[in-house]
Design a protein around this ligand. Structure first.
Ligand code: 10G
Ligand code: SF4
Length: 311
């Protein structure tokens, strides 16, 4: 690596309020009820977080049939379908819902408009747990589009009462393009007053946009399964800057930094700051001499814990 390399740290980066709350729910459930605590799906899509909670006594499962009767169960931050909620209730578990309140807000809106006779166009990634959870708020009537060409394919049963919903962690720019295509086909479609893409997604992508003009490479700390982290690396690449995702410092390859003078560093909403610090140490060990924090929005959002877990 060259001499005099500078690391630019994106602001904001890393944990959002929904992730903070979800992890705290599992930790407090462990403190209050003891191990094991069952968690449906990875509480957030991060290897370090999941392994840390496993070591403390959390057991991560996908199928509720794996959970013994009488257990305490936490739903992941991505949210669950009505069917999963119902099955958990029928099996009699003590349930703590770590669904991010901003995802729940989308669920509530879907339920409310469905009662008024609306069908939905959902913009999101097929198979992602948040999309399964949101689409699973209704038995039918939600049509998924992943890309612009999908818009022409969907077949709602009527066009008078249609509404758009989106996954909270999408690329802001891609979603805007898809929404435009949806509006062209369904000009009267109803849109949420405030977009469903959340503040944390918007802020982390905005920071990468600013950063990309100032660096030679962007490193994103995040697990491969993390949708929002992937979007950050993808955004930098779209802006013409090489970008790589790492799940931990050991994954960072020296050749990525070959010939680079300014290294941008950010982290997805599920990636802990400890990993960012380890990546900084590794880049320093490879020759970086300084770290500069970029200016950026300070996030003050905080969500309350569920009743049974407050201290
Ligand atoms: O970016 P995705 O949705 O894959 O999730 P994550 O766990 O990596 O980050 C936190 C975001 C959510 C819980 C989705 S609202
Ligand atoms: Fe909530 Fe946004 Fe974080 Fe998802 S990414 S958990 S919606 S704050």
């Amino acid at each position: 690596m060259n001499e005099g390399v500078e690391i630019l740290l994106a602001e904001p980066r890393g944990f959002c309020a929904g992730v903070d709350r979800a992890i705290e729910i599992v930790e407090r459930a462990l403190q209050k009820f003891g191990a094991p605590i069952y968690v449906r799906h990875e509480i957030v899509h991060n290897t370090f977080v999941v392994n840390d909670l496993k070591a403390k006594g959390a057991i991560f499962i996908e199928d509720l049939a794996e959970v013994p009767p009488g257990s305490t169960l936490v739903f992941s931050a991505h949210g669950v379908s009505k069917a999963v909620q119902e099955e958990a209730r029928m099996r009699g578990f003590e349930i703590f819902d770590a669904t991010c309140p901003l995802v729940t807000k989308v669920h509530v809106e879907v339920a409310k408009l469905a009662k008024e006779g609306y069908e939905f166009i959902m913009i999101g990634h097929k198979g992602h747990p948040e999309v399964e959870g949101t689409m699973g708020q209704l038995d039918h009537g939600i049509h998924l589009v992943e890309e612009v060409p999908d818009v022409a394919q969907i077949q709602p049963t009527q066009t008078k009462k249609l509404a758009i919903v989106t996954q909270t962690t999408l690329s802001v720019d891609d979603a805007a393009q898809i929404k435009e295509a949806v509006r062209q086909r369904f000009p009267d479609i109803r849109e949420p007053k405030q977009q469903d893409i959340c503040y944390a997604t918007q802020n982390r992508q905005d920071a990468v946009k600013i950063m990309s003009g100032q660096v030679d490479v962007v490193i994103v700390v995040g697990s491969p399964t993390s949708s929002n982290s992937n979007r950050l690396a993808e955004l930098a690449r779209k802006l013409g800057v090489e970008s790589f995702m790492v799940d931990n410092a050991a994954e960072l390859r020296p050749e990525w930094l070959e010939g680079k003078m300014r290294v941008g560093l950010t982290a997805g909403a599920s990636a802990p700051e400890i990993l960012v610090n380890e990546v900084i140490d590794r880049i320093k060990a490879l020759g970086a001499v300084s770290v500069r924090k970029m200016d950026g929005i300070e996030e003050t959002v905080k969500f309350p814990l569920p009743k049974g877990l407050k201290l």
